[in-house]
Design a protein around this ligand. Sequence first.
Ligand code: PMT
Length: 399
Amino acid sequence: MAELNGKRLVLGVTGGIAAYKAAELARLFVKDGAEVNAVLTQSGAQFVTPATFQALTGKPAWSDLWDARMPDSMAHIDLSRGADVVVVAPASADFLAKLAHGLADDLLSTLCLARDCPLLVAPAMNRQMWENPATRRNISQLLQDGVIVLGPASGDQACGEIGMGRMLEAMELHDAVTGFFQPKMLARRRVMITAGPTFEALDAVRGLTNLSSGKMGFALARAVRDAGAEVTLVCGPVTQSTPAGVTRFDVTSTQEMHAAVMQRVAACDIFIGVAAVADYRPAETMRDKIKKDDKPMQIALVPNPDILAEVAARPGAPFCVGFAAESRDLEKYAEGKRQKKNLALVVGNLVQDGLGGDGNSVILFDEQGKHPLGPAPKIEIARGIVAHIGQMLAGDGRE
Ligand code: PMT
C-alpha cells in the first residue's frame, strides 16, 4: 500500500550519528509513494552525504542557502512551498534551539521559519543534553508553537551511555508521519482494544490456545491512535511490537484478560474486541508436567467469561465493537453474534483470510446492514474500520 501517495515531504537532516537512520527513512517515504526533498545541514552532511539522499529520493539533495541550482536563488521558499510537511530527523539539540528561537542562518533553519506547512521533529542527542534545562525549555517552546515532537526513545546511545535521547527508528518515524496524515475521526476518545490469543494452561508446559498473531489487533491500535484517540491495548501472548503512544497490558489467560479489561473499562468510550479469546479453559491446571501413560486422556473444560458480552451489558456501556472469525457461514454467525452480544458493530472475517497473515478481507455488520472491506493489508482494513466507527459515532450524536 502507498500510504503517502502524492504527499510532498521535506526531510531535514541535522548533525547527529542518528543521521544514518534518515537514509532508511527517506527510502521508506519514497517506497510509500511520497516525493521527498532532502535538506542537510553542514553538520548533517558530515555524517551522511547528499549523494546518499539523491540516490534514494531520485531528486537533488540540498544544503546551501545560496544554491545556484535554484533559478531564483530562493531554495528556502521554493522547497517549503507545496510541501505537505517538513520532517527533521535527526533534530540535534542545536537545531531545536535554533527553531525555538526562530534563528535562520542556513538553508534548513531558514526553510523551517519560512514554511507554511506543519513541522515534525525527531530529536536525537545524548541523554544529558536531552535533560538539560535549556533543551527542556526549547522543547516546551516548540510544543507551544505547534511543532510535533516525535520521541525520542530511551536506550543505548552511540556515546556509550544509556538513557533518553535515542532517535526513534526509521519505521517508527515513518508510521508517525503516515499517522499524522490520517483524519482525526476519534480525537480525544479513549479506546480499549483486546488483541491476540489467550493461553489456558493445562499443566506446567502445555495449554489450549489458537493461531491469532495479534496483527489485526495491533493494526487497529495503530489506526485508532492515528485517528487521534488514546489507546489501551490488552493483549495475550504475541510477538508484535507496541505502536508508539499506545498503553499496553500483557496477559496470558482469559481470566487475566477479563480482569485487565474490567479494571479499566469504566474509563473508556469505545471497546473493540479483536482478541481470539479461548471460550473454555481446563477445569484444573496441574502444577507439574502431566506424565504419559497408555490410557486415553480426557480433559474437563469449563467456560470462560465472555469479556465483550460483559462489557456490552454494563450500565453506560462504551460503544462496543466485536470481531467474528468463522470458517463458514460468515454472515449468519457474525450478525448472530452482533445481536446476541448487543453490539453496535461486528467485523466478520473468514479464518482463512484473517488469521496470522498480513492482509484480511472483512464484512462490517451494523444495524444498517453489511459493508465489505478489502482484501487489503491489515492496516488499511483497520483504517476502514476506524472510519466506519467515526461515521457511526457522528451519526448517533456521540460526537
Ligand atoms: O491476530 P491475527 O492473526 O491478525 O488474526 C485476527 C483475527 C482473525 C483473530 C481477528 O480478526 C478476529 O476475528 N478476532 C475474533 C476471533 C473470534 O473468533 O472471536 P469469537 O467469535 O470467539 O468471539 C466474538 C467476539 O467476542 C470477539 O470480539 C472476541 O474478542 C469476543 N470474546 C469472545 C469470547 C470471550 N470469552 N470473550 C470475548 O471477549
